[in-house]
Design a protein around this ligand. Structure first.
Ligand code: HEC
Ligand code: HEC
Length: 373
């Protein structure tokens, strides 16, 4: 019995602690001239920000990506932790885990990329609503057009500047053309010839998380230094489609995204697909002819059975240039489709290397084409 704490002892002991704690804070507060109690007051929105080092934030965000916070809380947390060290009040009370929902484009739904969702959340915490709009446009617009991961992100890996080393090689960059996680990840997997589950894909997203966090901080640093100059412009195809679908006319569409990657064949001439034989050996995508070409080239593909076909042209960075066959059903046979060297909105594209990629059932193949001018 002597080792047991009786109920009475327990009450006495815990109340002593409680009294001690109260006296402690009150006593300290007297010594600090009332500062401690004053500092525990709630800070009101928008929260204070100080200029941060984008490289420090980049390394932290990369670290949190790999330490169970993933892309969204990783980008938000990378910035948060550096802010916390500089300004414990109010930042120490914010858990980065509030942004965990955004991982994988929102709990794995592949919608908004988590890294720019996390960055935008931080922008919304430290700026007024009116100022946050242009900053978020700048971040998301940058994400759609940038080669990601950036050269800096790759350099950090090669020079061993990250604190987590799952894969330190250079990674091929791609341009998503979209803020959607699904577009960004799947296009990168095609360009890099990797699977979603590969360590390279995860490291790619870890580097993009660092890129987005660093970009957010760069924008916020400029904003608070009054040197932020917005450069975002609505994509050209969005503008032309909104000419009719926007507020001034049909008024039935609300998006800043580029329309054509999703609505590839609406209001545009569909590419003629011609059957040229009906005894194919198997799935095949043949080298285009002529090649090099200008302005038009032909691509033959064959199907051993009735199957849906997707055939599209990408540039060397993996940006979708033109959808030639959009998940349409064809019977077995050999088909010819031509590409006129124009993009989705009918503009002539620059000379250079392009890829045509065909997917049908589990068959995937890519050919390299050379447009010469
Ligand atoms: C000159 C005006 C105009 C322009 C420019 C325009 N549209 Fe339309 N679009 C229309 C009209 C009119 C309809 C029919 C509306 C209705 O039935 O409510 C339509 C219908 C659509 C539909 C639904 C019907 C369908 O055919 O599947 C989609 C999707 C669409 N447009 C996408 C686009 C996209 C993407 C662009 C830009 C590449 C674009 N539109 C540019 C006028 C336009
Ligand atoms: C991320 C993919 C995506 C993007 C980007 C996108 N849309 Fe859509 N849109 C869809 C889907 C999916 C639907 C619903 C299915 C359908 O009708 O095609 C839809 C529906 C529509 C409809 C109604 C279709 C109907 O049947 O009447 C119109 C009009 C339209 N979109 C126009 C646009 C315009 C204009 C843009 C660019 C300013 C745009 N969309 C951007 C995916 C997209």
């Amino acid at each position: 019995m002597s080792n047991e704490i009786t109920r009475k002892d327990f009450l006495t002991t815990s109340s002593k602690y409680a009294v001690g704690a109260v006296i402690g804070i009150a006593g300290l507060d007297v010594l600090s001239g009332g500062k401690i109690l004053a500092e525990t007051k709630t800070t009101s929105w928008p929260f204070p920000y100080v200029a941060l080092d984008p490289d420090e934030v980049r390394v932290k965000a990369h670290y949190y990506y790999w330490n169970d916070k993933d892309c969204c809380a990783g980008a938000f947390g990378g910035i948060l932790e550096v802010l916390k060290a500089k300004m414990p009040d109010p930042w120490a009370n914010i858990p980065m885990e509030i942004m965990l929902f955004g991982r994988g484009g929102g709990n794995g739904w592949g919608t908004l990329c988590g890294s720019i969702n996390g960055g935008a959340a931080m922008i919304s915490l430290v700026t007024e609503k009116a100022a946050s709009g242009p900053l978020i446009n700048e971040l998301w617009g940058w994400y759609c057009q940038a080669h990601l991961p950036t050269g800096t992100a790759n350099d950090f890996a090669v020079q061993s500047k990250y604190s987590v080393h799952k894969y330190d090689g250079k990674l091929i960059p791609s341009i998503s053309g979209s803020p959607l996680c699904h577009s960004s990840v799947s296009q990168w997997c095609v360009i890099a010839n990797k699977k979603v589950g590969d360590v390279e894909r995860k490291e790619r997203c870890a580097r993009v998380t660092g890129d987005a966090a660093a970009k957010t901080v760069e924008l916020l640093n400029n904003f608070f230094a009054k040197t932020f100059v917005p450069t975002f412009v609505t994509p050209a195809d969005n503008k032309s489609c909104q000419g009719c679908h926007g507020a001034s006319s049909l008024n039935n569409v609300m998006t800043q995204m580029s329309c054509t990657p999703c609505h590839s064949t609406v209001h545009s001439e569909t590419t003629a697909v011609e059957q040229i034989a009906d005894v194919p050996k198997g799935f095949n995508l043949s080298q285009n002819y002529p090649n090099p070409f200008n302005p038009t080239t032909n691509i033959n593909f064959s199907l051993p059975k009735t199957e849906k076909v997707h055939l599209a042209v990408y540039d060397i960075r993996g940006t979708l240039i033109r959808t030639l066959v959009d998940h349409e059903l064809y019977e077995s046979g050999i088909y010819k489709v031509s590409w006129d060297g124009r993009n989705q909105v009918g503009e002539k594209v620059a000379s250079g290397i392009y890829f045509a990629r065909m997917q049908s059932g589990s068959f995937i193949n890519t050919i390299k084409m050379n447009l010469l001018k």
